[in-house]
Write a protein that binds this ligand. Sequence first.
Ligand code: ADP
Ligand code: MG
Length: 252
Amino acid sequence: YKDTDLVLSIESVMKSFDGFRAINDLNFYLGEGELRTIIGPNGAGKSTFMDLITGRTRPDEGSLIYHQDDGHDMDLTKLREYEINRLGISRKFQAPSVYQQHTVYDNIVLSLNKDRSVLKSLFYRVSADDREFIDEILGTIRLKGMINNLAGSLSHGQKQWLEIGMLLAQQPRILLVDEPAAGMSDEETERTGELLLSLEGKHSIIVVEHDMEFIRQIARKVTVLHQGHVIKEGKFLEVANDPTVKEVYLGR
Ligand code: ADP
Ligand code: MG
């Protein structure tokens, strides 16, 4: 990377819970517009990794630096969760959390301004520019034909895509996605991969996943996490054929 291409620099991070080392000397660099995938068995530290970036968990040691687009660096270890979110770092948890009793369209409108309350958002006047932006998002998540459907009536996969759309409404610079394809049909999984690929270049994205097939489909740089440490980083085949990776992950 050239220095200017980085959005996130994570160096020598340690995190223990009651003496158990969940993250052990973790180093990770995220480039502008990159789509990255992180795999690792259960307990490898994937969710903790996301928690550290979003400020949900504080590291014991090491640094997490966010490189803003104006050139200023922010030390994420000094910020609260909502402050990190305001910097343009949005996270999608594994389970979808949409407003079930509201329409697809309203769910996006509710997310347009993350600082506004739900009540204010419902009375928010959508401008022509907003409308265009919402249309673009609905196209991206392929729910254009369902704008008046209640979110609660959507399939599991559609709810996941809607939630990604809600995050896109916040115009994040970094998007963190935890196991987006969990519980999806093969077709929905494939669509999810396409959706994430279509965001590449517009956002910097980290997808955490334990499903190898999904990682294969996305086919971008893979980082393997094991016992809180990066044991391998590279192209899918390089990683999948690595003896150590096979031993700790694929061979199970
Ligand atoms: P993954 O998401 O890869 O399955 P996690 O990051 O959830 O892994 O967990 C890594 C390890 O850290 C696990 O052994 C887990 O039990 C432990 N851990 C995570 N969060 C906490 C916590 N808040 N308190 C105690 N142990 C935790
Ligand atoms: Mg997890």
